[in-house]
Write a protein of this length. Sequence first.
Length: 473
Amino acid sequence: SQYLLCFLLNQHYNPAFVSLQMMKHAWDNYKRYAWGLNELKPISKQGHSSNLFGNIQGATIVDALDTLYIMEMKEEFKEAKEWVEKNLDFNVNAEISVFEVNIRFVGGLLSAYYLSGEEIFRKKAVELGEKLLPAFNTPTGIPWALLNIKSGIGRNWPWASGGSSILAEFGTLHLEFVHLSHLSGNPVFAEKVMNIRKVLSRLDKPEGLYPNYLNPSSGQWGQHHVSIGGLGDSFYEYLLKAWLMSDKTDEEGKKMYYDAVQAIETHLIRKSSGGLTYIAEWKGGLLEHKMGHLTCFAGGMFALGADGAPNDKTGHHIELGAEIARTCHESYDRTSMKLGPEAFRFDGGVEAIATRQNEKYYILRPEVIETYMYMWRLTHDPKYRQWGWEAVEALEKHCRVDGGYSGLRDVYNNHESHDDVQQSFFLSETLKYLYLLFSEDDLLPFEHWVFNTEAHPLPVLHKEDGNKEENQK
Ligand code: DMJ
C-alpha cells in the first residue's frame, strides 16, 4: 500500500479514488480488529468504547453506512446492513448521550434508508427515535442530555452550569426528528423539536446571542457563555438547515438563523492584526480570542446560507465563509504536521496557533475539510481542492498506521504521538467530505440534500410532497 500511495501521490492521482482507498483502509481494519464494537483502536488493534453510546454497539458501522453506499463499496455496505439486521439492538440497559446517539445512529440509519430504500434502516431509526422520547419529559420539554433508554430516566451532565442542558445538544435534533415524523407518520417527533424552538424564540437573548446553557426545569439560561464551537455550534447549523430541508418554507428557522448570524458578526467575529478573520468566544460580554477546530464548520455554514441572506448580503456571507476557510487553513499550515489543533488563539502575540499543551491535539475531526467542501461547491475556487489535498497528504503521512487511522496528541511536534482512536466520525464525515470535495457537484446536490451535523445526508422535503402540512404541525 506504501507503493500504491507513492504512485498516487506522485503520478496521475485521482483524489476521489484516494479518499476511497482511505475509507477502505479505515473500514477493513475496523472490520478486522473491532467488528461490531463502537470504534477501533488502530495501534493496539482492538475495540474502543466511548461511554457516549452506553452499551449500544456498532457506532462505526452505522456511522459509515452512507459513506460506503456513496463510494459504491457494495460488498462492505451489504455486510454492514447484515450486521444491522442481526445485531443492532436498542433493548439494552444503557445511559446514552441523546445528542450523540441522535446524530450518529438516528442520522446514520435515516441516510442509509433514504439512499438504499432498505426498510430495515427506517424501522431501526424509528425504533431508536421512540427510545429517545422520554428525554423530553422535563417541565419545559427541553430534553435531558443523558438518558437511560431502558428506564427512561434522564439527567444532565454534572459539569453543566446550573444543571443546564446544552444548546448544541438539544438544538441538534431538529432535522432527524422531522424526518422521523415524516417516515413514521407519527407527529410526536416533530412536535418535540418544534416545542424546543418555541421555548427558545420566547426567551430574552443577551445582545441577541444564545447562551450555551439552558435549564430544562426553570427554562432560564445558565452561564452567559456563547460559542459557535463546542456547546453551541450545530444549533446554528440546524436553524439554517431546517429552513433548507423544508424547501425554504420554515420561515421561523430562517429568521432565527439570520438574526443569530447578525449578532455573531457584531459581537464575536473579529479580525487579527495580521488580517485573519476569526470567531471568538463570548463570556458574559468579554471575548476570549480563541477559536476551536469545531468552529471551523462555520465557514461552510455561512457560505451555504449566503443565498438566502437578507439585505443583499449574499456576497458578504460568501466572503465571510471564505475568510473563515482561510483562517482555518492557516491553523493547519502553521503546524509541523499540517493538521490543525483542537483550538487556536489570537492573543499574546500569536495568530491561529495553539498555545496551551492541552489544545494541540487533532482527533481526525472533519470541520475544516467540511468547510473546504462547501466553499468548493459554492465558488469553484480551485484553492479549496488544493487545501483538501494538503490535508489528505498530512493524514496519510501522520495519521495512517498499519491498523487504520489514529488521532495525534501534538500537531506541532515533529514526531507522531498517536492517541490510538479511529473516531467513527472519521468515516462518516472526514472521508465523506473529502470524497465529495473531489467529486462532481451532482453527487448529493445541495438542492435535494442537506447534511446532518455528522455528515449524514437527508433529503429536502419538497413542497409538493406535502411538506407544508408538516411544518405547520
Ligand atoms: C461530530 O460528531 C459532529 O461533527 C459534531 O457536530 C461535532 N463533533 C464531531 C466531529 O468533530
